[in-house]
Design a protein around this ligand. Structure first.
Ligand SMILES: *Cc1c(COP(=O)(O)O)cnc(C)c1O
Length: 377
């Protein structure tokens, strides 16, 4: 065993002192204001976030899951409706649909990008389809042009799950602004992370923004008068202050993630040519922000163990496609998603975060090259 320190998949304690100071100042202002939920801190963050994305509205909410949920509520999704979403994503993307009494309809993924395969979209659409909800997985936008064409053809809105892709873009347009609504998560591990749960809904549509704002506070514009049944989807002011302090750093952090990905790409290029692993693909027109750096390997669990023995942490996002989850067993008649199943057995996420050092990147790279044994089928 080497005496070297182990390398985590993500380390949220590597804070620089300047940022710590900026955050402390923002949080102190919240305490001074006595406004701990929504309030001026939330308004300031909404304004800055909308402006960063060039969107008309950003609405601060309690999490990425609630951003998706309240956006679907604003679209009027309910029992009997279907929402089309990829089979290979974080659970929340489909969980929110089911919670509204609607049915998630799963589409298989493009094996190169892991995002919803637009070629398989048409067959998933029925007269009950009320929304298409693509996901920008691992920090790269779904192939939105053909998805938008299909949505237009059927007159259904797009809710973009951009929870993993803050700062990414597609043909020059920011992630989260490519559909009628976009949902973001600021869970601490995301590229822009709060100090707890938080999220945002983004839209250019004034009426949808107004609906989301109402539904966020139990569906009433006037306190104790309720026009619709909403929920408590409010953002905490402390989270808004933390996010405002961090927002100016986002572009630099995403650059660093891209630089790490580029270095992994160099280190792994010849192994990929020999068939030992498959690298992430940045599709043309996309700017990937590498929320995760995910390779494919054969015998994935053995590779993970060899890396763990060298002190290198990895992760699997996600080991079970959503269409194969127990809670969605009643939806099995929708059929299989073979590319999602295959990805679930091969994907391996390597450490990628802005504070990862160059020396650590080299160590991870060498260790991966030593750990891959079998060629990919
Ligand atoms: C993180 C995430 C969510 C949910 O966000 P939370 O803030 O954890 O509720 C939804 N969809 C995707 C794709 C995510 O990665």
């Amino acid at each position: 065993m080497s005496a070297e320190k182990s390398i985590p998949i993500l380390d949220l304690t590597r804070y620089d002192e300047v940022l710590k100071g900026d955050i402390a100042k923002g949080v102190a202002e919240v305490f001074a204001s006595g406004r701990f939920v929504l309030g001026p801190a939330n308004d300031a963050f909404e304004k800055a976030f909308a402006s960063l994305l060039g969107a008309r509205h950003a609405v601060g909410v309690s999490s990425g899951t609630d951003a998706l949920l309240v956006a679907l509520m604003a679209l009027g999704i309910g029992p009997g409706d279907e929402v089309v979403t990829p089979a290979f994503t974080f659970f929340a993307s489909a969980g929110v649909v089911a919670r509204l009494g609607a049915t998630p309809v799963f589409v298989d993924i493009d094996p190169a990008t892991y995002n919803l395969d637009p070629k398989k979209l048409a067959q998933a659409i029925t007269p009950r389809t009320k929304a298409i909800q693509p996901v920008d997985l691992y920090g790269q936008c779904a192939d939105m042009e053909p998805i938008r064409a299909e949505a237009r053809r059927h007159g259904v809105p797009i809710l973009e799950d951009a929870c993993q892709a803050v700062g990414a873009s597609y043909r020059g347009k920011p992630a989260g602004t490519l559909g009628a609504l976009g949902a973001f998560s600021f869970y601490p591990t995301k590229n822009l992370g709060a100090a707890g749960d938080a999220g945002a809904v983004v839209t250019d549509d004034d009426a949808l923004a107004e609906s989301v704002r109402l539904l966020r506070v139990h569906g009433g514009a006037k306190q104790y008068h309720h026009d619709r049944v909403g929920g408590n989807f409010r953002m905490d002011a402390v989270q808004a202050a933390v996010l405002s302090a961090k927002l100016p750093r986002l572009a630099g952090w995403n650059e660093r993630r891209r630089a790490i990905a580029a270095r992994y790409g160099e280190l792994f290029a010849s192994a990929e040519r020999q068939g030992g692993l498959r690298l992430p693909v940045e599709a043309p027109g996309n700017r990937h922000v590498f929320h995760q750096y995910v390779v494919r390997v054969a015998d994935r669990d053995a590779v993970r163990q060899r890396l763990a023995a060298k002190g290198i942490a990895t992760a699997v996002f996600y080991p079970v496609p959503l269409n194969e989850q127990n809670c969605f067993a009643p939806l099995r008649q929708q059929g299989r998603c073979p590319e999602a199943s295959k990805a679930a057995s091969q994907v391996l996420a390597l450490p990628v975060f802005p504070e990862l050092t160059d020396a650590e990147v080299e160590r991870v790279g060498q260790a991966v090259l030593e750990a891959i044994a079998k060629p990919l089928a």
